[in-house]
Design a protein around this ligand. Structure first.
Ligand code: NAD
Ligand code: GLY
Length: 357
């Protein structure tokens, strides 16, 4: 078992990475008050009983949501509020997310907004959620016009990443999580990128030591970024490498058709293309990046049914648009990225034209 600390002053919290955390009989040892476990129809039959048993001495309720990105909406959020109100949960209660990024983001936003903010704990059950969405306090639901558009920053009190639960993930979901793992190599850690090149096969075979290291290193990189820029005034935006293009794919295709990690993979390839086009990197760096994503079994191009105009219309609503100006995360090398407005409309159109329509 390994514990990392996210350093955020009074809001600092631990990320516990280990095996059998869910079956430990002391999950949340310090919480004795009301706990609402938020999960979904797929995860409940696999892990809800275990989680409830691990919390057994406390006053625990649960709510089971429909599964899928298409349900990451204000309508589904209402089911969490309803459960909290029905069971008369008060301001001292704890909302515990047992699930992937969709459950984590929705439960987190419910915790941020219920009675103006209650305690929140993350038990991420997908690779993507363990390496990214459970850490850092971003919570949200989607709007039909844009991904994660309704949300809040609300840090959890603790994150428990149990390696065992990853064994029941489908291959497709597991690979989607690898996209975010590879992202950390691209944005900040060339050594980790090289480690991923050497270890992609063990990871795909779900070697537990390889996964544990990938989760730990990813969380270390994210923890450092979040500690330095919690509210994304600057370098936290690096975590969105490939996301401006990727979010447009997710929304444009209809939520849930492309998995988040799949869309981010294709988005990172487009960001690499823009980085080359704007003279930041050479083609060998692009090829190195594309090759690793391809070996991880991830898409390296956006869906052919999308047009440049369609993608642009979603990109114009990106959260990184400020005063009408779009910012992109572009690479200067493997392990070095920047948030920038220094690219031309022609360059962006050329990348969109190369991949779309
Ligand atoms: P997800 O939550 O939809 O989970 C993927 C699928 O796996 C679902 O069907 C789920 O029910 C199932 N599942 C979960 N755990 C399982 C397990 N252990 N065994 C078997 N099946 C399991 O998707 P995700 O990839 O975890 O998360 C994607 C979401 O995360 C997106 O909405 C994205 O916007 C969000 N996200 C948020 C942040 C953030 O910082 N808050 C960062 C990255 C992504
Ligand atoms: N996943 C992006 C962030 O946490 O900032």
């Amino acid at each position: 078992m390994h514990t990392l600390q996210i350093e955020l002053g009074a809001r600092s919290y631990p990320i516990v990475i280990g095996h059998d955390l869910l079956t430990a009989d002391n999950l949340l040892p310090n919480v004795t008050h009301q706990i609402m476990v938020v999960t979904n129809q797929t995860i409940a039959p696999l892990y809800l009983d275990k989680a409830l048993a691990a919390l057994s001495t406390r006053s625990v309720q649960h709510v089971i949501l429909p599964d899928g990105e298409q349900h990451k909406s204000t309508q589904t959020l209402d089911l969490i509020y309803e459960a909290l109100l029905t069971h008369r949960f008060d301001r001292g209660c704890t909302v515990l997310a047992l699930g992937g990024g969709v459950i984590g983001d929705m439960a987190g936003f419910a915790a941020a907004s219920y009675q103006r903010g209650v305690n929140f704990v993350q038990v991420p059950t997908t690779l993507l959620a363990q390496v990214d969405s459970s850490v850092g306090g971003k919570t949200a639901v989607n709007h039909p016009l844009g991904k994660n558009m309704i949300g809040a920053f609300h840090q959890p009190k603790a994150v428990f990443a149990d390696m065992n639960v990853l064994q029941s993930l489908s291959d497709r979901e597991f690979k989607a999580g690898l996209a975010e793992v590879i992202k950390y190599g691209f944005i900040l850690d060339a050594e980790f990128f090289a480690w991923l090149e050497d270890n992609i096969e063990p990871l795909l075979a779900r070697d537990s030591d390889a996964i544990a290291w990938a989760v730990r290193r990813s969380c270390e990189v994210k923890a450092a970024i979040v500690a330095a820029d919690e509210l994304e005034h600057g370098q936290r935006a690096l975590l969105n490498f490939g996301h401006t293009f990727g979010h447009a794919i997710e929304a444009g295709m209809g939520y849930g058709v492309w998995l988040h990690g799949e869309a981010i993979s294709a988005g990172m390839v487009m960001a690499l293309d823009m980085s080359e086009r704007t003279g930041r990197i050479g083609n060998n760096t692009v090829q190195r990046g594309v090759h690793l994503l391809e070996r991880a079994g991830l898409p390296i191009a956006p869906p052919s049914s999308m047009t440049p105009e369609q993608m642009l219309s979603y990109m114009a609503r990106d959260k990184k648009v400020s005063a009408g100006q779009l910012k992109l995360i572009l690479a200067r090398a493997i392990g070095e990225t920047e948030v920038t407005t220094e690219f031309t409309e022609q360059e962006l159109n050329a990348t969109l034209g190369k991949f779309l329509g």
